[in-house]
Design a protein around this ligand. Sequence first.
Ligand code: SF4
Length: 552
Amino acid sequence: MNRLTPAPPPGRLIDAPPFSKGVKPHLANEQLRANLQLATSTIRAKRARVTAELPYWEELRSVGQEIKDHTLQHLPYYLALFETRLKENGAQVHWAADAEEACAIITQIVQAKGVNEVVKVKSMVTQEIELNEALEAEGIACWETDLAELIVQLGHDRPSNILVPAIHRNRDEIREIFLREMKLYGKPAPEDLDNEPKNLAAAAREHLRDKFLRAEVAISGANFCVADSGTLVIVESEGNGRMCLTLPKTLISITGIEKLVPSFRDLEVMLQLLPRSATGERMNPYTSMWSGVTPGDGPQEVHVVLLDNGRGRVLEDPVGREVLRCIRCAACMHQCPIYERVGGHPYGSVYPGPIGSVLTPQLRGLNSKIDQSLPYASTLCGACAEVCPVKIPIPDLLVYLRHRVVEEHKRGQRGMEQSLMRGAAWGMKKGKRFGRVGKLAGLASRALPLDYVRWLPWPGSLWTKARNLKMPAKRSFRYWWKQNRGGGPGKGSVRGGPGIGSVGRSPDKGLVGGSDKGFVGGGPDEGPVSGGPDIGPVSGGPDNGPVGGGGA
Ligand code: SF4
């Protein structure tokens, strides 16, 4: 098929390989890692600076959480109110149950206008429903106007971040893309284009100008929707949103049903949380709001498509629904040590990083290999939850989804785990039996001169493909006890007779923290397991910068 716009990479995102396989080429890409490291560390530092300026930042986060929870609890009411206000303001409201329905509605509106191209201001929801592809299939070109989205589109690429979709590209790569591609789809880039950001931005501005001026139809997303006034809100940094929202005669906005806030007072909280968490700015440069049609000013035909696409199902889940609080700031991504090393593409979704790992499998279901693997794409370090402006407990949701994956899809493994547990219970139930098991384990360990086993055949490979297996102790504890304590009643027993003393009391004979290495926590030199004063708190103090930032 002859394409009107640059083709994205072949294949569907949902057919991506499991995360643990998909990351391998990205881990090996040093340029990618350097680009990501520079970008995420810069945004992290900015976010930490501007959030530290507000002494009430934590309270603001709590209020943001409460606003979103309240709205989600009463979502049918606020959606009905939003629809009523929009209609009163002259907008036409459409409801879409899924991606197919949403694409069909938008395509029909565009076709009814008799045009073969539209401009679009950044919208993750249109990426989620693959709107560009649906329009392209009907002979309608959809031009991205956000600078980063334009880079992605011209680069035949996919977004790798919800805030900075081209975060994986550096200036040299962008220059090459502009020089190679712009001339194929409109005004070419200047031949002497260098890699200075202001010159790259100027080339994009020139390339897009014609498209803005001739566009009859624009498509937008929305960052927030205010229910009691029927207002949609977009925050952006380049002014392209304002061009899309004011120049064309017809405006089609599509938004997920979870984007609602009840009133402007609630929006005020969100507009403090979002720019600080996202780009590390006190305020974003452009905030555009529109509430239907204003005669003689701006678009004279306004359509709003309210999209479910799995959100209603997520809302029914009392645990999983917390994810719907997300305001798409990307702070969790920029804080995540995994994302920082592999970028967004291995997540097989337009929503990458920690939020993608808990949102995508819930929106799409846990049926594909990639969606089953996403809840495991985390170390559970908790850095994401520490920065989330609406306090989404991402690590808890990851664990919850792992549980669901096992319950719903890994019945074989689950049966095996239960058999192993039953075997362990049998082995430990009787003292003599347990002694024999210990002896056998010691024999095996002495026969194999290894500290760790790095590979086992299936089913042991389920363990060894992710971590090494420590060999059992060469001698059992019972053997050690017999050797060191003589095992007789006069010298105490495991259960503790008068001669045994308390655990860890004797410096040379104690079990815990003794000089004989002890068992739990090591001796005083090793410090406590969770880190003593010399190690410092896990989450970093005020001097250490952002939570998790120092170590990430
Ligand atoms: S989960 Fe929280 S931190 Fe991550 S994108 Fe959503 S709102 Fe931002």
